[in-house]
Design a binder for this molecule. Structure first.
Ligand code: NDP
Length: 282
């Protein structure tokens, strides 16, 4: 059996069309959703991501602003910039591109963002609300994965979801979202012994590690839904955490890299910013 491909690009394009339509309606009522992205220093991968986000914002009709700060910027300077954006009525979303230079503590910076404008969903208030099941800004990557599973009508209730990776950006929020969908959830990480014994139990397997092709065919239950979050830049190009060609012969559904989870992350950033703009209007 060859797995069906979960086409993240296609799902993302549908979401982006919906956002653009609602944005046009909002603009007719005098509100333009505004996202400011702060980039500190010139990390090349960050520049690529920021460029993709800006382009998507423009295409959706948003007011997109890039605030570039030098790599030598201090934490105080960054927090002051965030305070100004918190107070600016035209700014509905604030995103600080990670990673930050070593002299800056990312946790303090994220905590300085107004939770209502925290379109990445990383602020402790949003994290707490997610855990408590209170509506909030949810991190874009796991939110996009849920949207994709819903779009393909993948059953979640009662399924065993195994997540490899426990980062605050992907693994942990993914676990809470799948739990809210009534999955039984297992989270694995670098200290998990015999990883394959867990992954082989997964009806839904989410790989969010950052190790090229580490999920091999023998680690996957036949018919499982395999979601590959990993983005690994090799000389040969981009690869995920899943050995796509081999695993697609075992799985029921699988996301490609590129064209899987990545486009959904950007689409959900747009949706979160639109939501922030609509809430601000209420
Ligand atoms: P982190 O480095 O923050 O987390 C990686 C996680 O993988 C950690 O929890 C770590 O465990 C775990 N891990 C590391 N090695 C192993 C191992 N051998 N076995 C099991 N678990 C292991 O990464 P992120 O969560 O930020 O990102 C993960 C991947 O997803 C990266 O490739 C990143 O580029 C990509 N990504 C893609 C996005 C997209 O839009 N497609 C968005 C965000 C990320 P421990 O906690 O014990 O160290």
């Amino acid at each position: 059996m060859t797995a069906g491909v979960l086409d993240g690009k296609k799902v993302a394009s549908g979401i982006r069309e919906g956002v653009a339509k609602k944005t046009a309606e909002l603009k007719a009522r005098g509100v333009t959703p505004g996202l400011t992205v702060i980039l500190v220093g010139g990390d090349p991968a960050s520049k690529v991501y920021v460029g993709q986000k800006e382009k998507a914002c423009r295409e959706a009709g948003f007011n997109s602003v890039l605030l570039e700060m030098p790599g030598t910027a201090t934490q105080e300077e960054l927090v002051e910039a965030i305070a100004r954006l918190n107070a600016a009525p035209s700014v509905h979303g604030i995103l600080v591109q990670l990673p930050l230079p070593g002299q800056i503590d990312p946790d303090s910076v994220i905590a300085a963002i107004d939770p209502a404008k925290d379109v990445d969903g990383f602020h402790p208030v949003n994290v707490g609300h997610l855990v408590a099941g209170i509506p909030c800004m949810v991190p874009c990557t796991p939110l996009g994965i849920i949207r994709m599973l819903e779009t393909y009508a993948i059953p979640m209730a009662g399924r065993h979801a195994v997540i490899v990776g426990r980062s605050a950006i992907v693994g942990k929020p993914m676990a809470h979202l799948l739990l809210a969908k009534d999955c039984t959830v297992t989270i694995c990480h670098s200290r998990t012994p015999d990883l394959a014994s867990f992954t082989r139990q997964a009806d839904i397997l989410v790989a969010a590690v950052g190790r090229p092709k580490m999920i091999t065919a023998d680690m996957v239950k036949p018919g499982a839904v395999v979601v590959d979050v990993g983005i690994n830049r090799l000389e040969t190009g981009l690869v995920g955490d899943v050995d796509f060609e081999a695993v697609r012969e075992v799985a029921g559904w699988i996301t490609p890299v590129p064209g899987g989870v990545g486009p959904l992350t950007i689409a959900m950033l747009l949706e979160n910013t639109l939501t922030a703009a609509i809430r601000d209007r209420l």
